[in-house]
Design a protein around this ligand. Structure first.
Ligand SMILES: NC(=O)C1=CN([C@@H]2O[C@H](COP(=O)(O)OP(=O)(O)OC[C@H]3O[C@@H](n4cnc5c(N)ncnc54)[C@H](OP(=O)(O)O)[C@@H]3O)[C@@H](O)[C@H]2O)C=CC1
Ligand SMILES: O=C(O)[C@@H]1CCC=N1
Length: 257
């Protein structure tokens, strides 16, 4: 596939369905609907067991249908957004409905394209590693468009970095706010300032090396270098590297289970 096919259907009135109404599906659907890329009434999903997920999707206009099969029947593009541990059973169960006129997409971590295509019975299946900032149009998404694509071997590392990475940054934001509170700021002010300390945005917008951006912040004999010294003593960089490596390892384990 067929990138051209995918682009071709973007301009039409295609419908998008999510099998698995979880947090990642909600982020993608919200980003698509709220950016105007795809009107919410052309997006559907169904609820597995948690009624709160219905409210989450209906709150921004997504159609909630009774069952997975209704979502497939309704959709031109079907995104499998269930956990890796159940994606096989869900694809196999829906297989009779997964006709080749539908573009199938899996976002399940550690689930190989060749397996997905085998379970569906055809190769019009692509794999994407998204991340939750898609909800606000700031996703880092990586796609593998075909079984012959050699870049799929990078996917475990990509899951560990950009798939799981937002959680590491949110942890850092929360910790920065805690530090602000410890230094005497009211909680709300500390949280607002920590969230607005938009360093990742600077790195992507300026194209400057993060080391340069860090040097620009750290005045000689100043406050920042005192803080950085503490971070280095605590093994900050090594810990972040280990987090990415651990998540990539977990993604590899999921592909073997
Ligand atoms: N969250 C993220 O940032 C990212 C997630 N992913 C991938 O996205 C997928 C979903 O992750 P996430 O959204 O975090 O997980 P969630 O647990 O939030 O979502 C999974 C959803 O699937 C539903 N579900 C379970 N079984 C079925 C079934 N048989 N039929 C239909 N729906 C079912 C669950 O419903 P219930 O709870 O009622 O059982 C739940 O709502 C995973 O494969 C993950 O690897 C990839 C990149 C980033
Ligand atoms: O935690 C997980 O398994 C998923 C995959 C990447 C981000 N969230």
């Amino acid at each position: 596939m067929e990138a051209t096919q995918f682009l071709a259907i973007q301009t039409e009135t295609y419908k998008l369905g999510f099998i698995g109404a979880g947090k990642m599906a909600e982020s993608i659907a919200k980003g698509a609907a709220q950016s105007g890329f795809l009107p919410a009434p052309r997006i559907s999903t169904s609820i597995h067991s948690n009624p709160a997920r219905r409210v989450a999707f209906e709150s921004f206009g997504v159609k909630v249908l009774p069952q997975n099969r209704n979502v497939v029947e309704e959709s031109d593009v079907v995104i499998f957004s269930v956990k890796p541990q159940v994606v096989r059973d869900v694809v196999l169960e829906l297989r009779p409905l997964l006709t080749k006129d539908k573009l199938l997409v899996s976002i399940a971590a550690g689930t190989k394209l060749k397996d997905l295509q085998e379970w569906a019975g055809h190769s019009r299946f692509i794999r994407v590693v998204p991340n939750t900032p898609s909800a606000v149009g700031e996703a880092a998404s990586v796609m593998c468009l075909g079984g012959a694509a050699t870049d799929e071997k990078l996917f475990d590392a990509i899951v560990g970095l950009s798939g799981s990475g937002p959680a590491y940054i949110y942890l850092a934001i929360e910790a920065l706010a805690d530090g602000g509170v410890a230094a005497g700021l009211p909680r709300e002010l500390a949280m607002g300032l920590a969230s607005q300390t938009g360093s990742a945005f600077m790195a992507s917008k300026t194209g400057k090396h993060p080391g340069q951006l860090k040097d620009d912040v750290a005045s000689p004999g100043g406050t920042t270098i005192a803080g950085i010294h503490e971070l280095e003593k605590g093994g900050f960089r090594g810990t972040l590297m280990n987090a990415v490596i651990a998540a990539a390892k977990r993604s590899r384990e999921l592909s073997q289970s």
